[in-house]
Ligand binder design. Structure first.
Ligand SMILES: Cc1cc2nc3c(=O)[nH]c(=O)nc-3n(C[C@H](O)[C@H](O)[C@H](O)COP(=O)(O)O)c2cc1C
Length: 231
C-alpha cells in the first residue's frame, strides 16, 4: 500500500464569524477574490462540477467558474452544451459544485438548479477567449469519441485554415461562437463554507434557502437559513 507523507498541520486562525452571517455569498466571494489576488493556485476559479446521468448516477469534472453573482447567489460556467455534462443538464437541470483552495485551507460548496446563461453572456465570454480556443470550440464535438490524437489535431488545423487563423493562433480572426457552445448558471439552494482546522475539528456551516423559478432563465431566492455543522 502506498505510504503518504503527512504535510505539517496547517494552522488557520481564520474562523467562520459567530454568529454566522445572514448570507454566505459575501464571504464566498471574498475567498475567491483572495485566492485570485494571492495567486494561490493557477486556476483559483476551478470548480468540480457534478451532474447526474439519466440513470441518476453522478459524474464529476473540473470546469472554470467564470462569474459569480453575489446578489443572486449564482455561478456561471461555460462549455459545449452537447457534451456529456450538457446532455446530463438537459435531462436533469441540477448540479453541485465545489471550490477548493488548498493552500488557504478553504472549501466552498453549492448546489441547486441550473439554467442556460443568457445568449449575451455566452457571446460576451466567448469573445474574450484566445482565438485558438475559439477555433477548437468549433472543432471539438466535446465528449464524443475520436480515432486518434492526430485526427483531432488535423480537425483543429482544418477549421483554423477555414476560419483564417494560423494553427498557432498567432493572428486574430473573427471566429463566431458555435451555437452549441455557451454558459450555464447554477442557482444556489444550498451553500456550505468550510475552513480547515487543526485536529480535523474543521469549522463548517451550511446556508439554505427556497428558490422560485422566474421563467426559464432565473430563480429568485427566499431568505437564507444558516446552520453550523459538525466537521
Ligand atoms: C483546470 C481545468 C479547467 C477546465 N475548464 C473547463 C471549462 O471551463 N469548460 C469545459 O467545458 N471544460 C473544462 N475543462 C475540461 C473538463 O474537465 C472536461 O474534460 C470536459 O468539459 C468534458 O467533460 P464532460 O465529458 O463530462 O462533459 C477543464 C479541465 C480542467 C482540468
Amino acid at each position: 500500500m502506498a505510504k503518504y507523507t503527512r504535510a505539517p498541520q496547517m494552522i488557520s486562525d481564520r474562523l467562520l464569524p459567530d454568529p454566522l452571517p445572514s448570507e454566505p455569498m459575501t464571504l464566498l466571494a471574498s475567498w475567491l477574490e483572495e485566492a485570485a489576488s494571492k495567486k494561490v493556485q493557477p486556476n483559483p476559479d476551478a470548480i468540480a462540477l457534478a451532474t447526474v446521468d439519466d440513470r441518476g448516477r453522478p459524474d464529476t469534472r473540473i470546469v472554470l467558474c467564470k462569474d459569480i453573482d453575489p446578489e443572486g447567489a449564482s455561478f456561471v460556467f461555460f462549455t459545449n452544451r452537447e457534451s456529456t455534462k450538457g446532455r446530463h443538464l438537459a435531462h436533469t437541470p441540477y448540479a453541485s459544485i465545489v471550490f477548493f483552495w488548498d493552500t488557504l485551507n478553504l472549501q466552498a460548496r453549492a448546489r441547486g438548479p441550473v439554467t442556460l446563461a443568457s445568449e449575451e453572456e455566452s457571446e460576451a465570454y466567448f469573445r474574450t477567449r484566445w482565438v485558438i480556443s475559439r477555433v477548437s470550440a468549433h472543432a471539438s464535438d466535446q465528449s464524443r469519441p475520436i480515432g486518434s490524437r492526430e485526427e483531432m489535431v488535423r480537425k483543429v488545423e482544418a477549421l483554423a485554415t477555414k476560419l483564417g487563423v494560423p494553427p498557432d493562433g498567432s493572428k486574430e480572426a473573427d471566429v463566431p461562437r458555435p451555437p452549441q457552445w455557451g454558459g450555464y448558471r447554477l442557482w444556489a439552494e444550498e451553500i456550505e463554507l468550510w475552513i480547515g482546522q487543526p485536529g480535523r475539528v474543521h469549522d463548517r456551516a451550511r446556508w439554505s434557502r427556497t428558490l422560485t423559478a422566474i421563467g426559464d432563465e432565473r430563480h429568485e431566492g427566499g431568505p437564507w437559513t444558516a446552520t453550523r455543522l459538525q466537521p
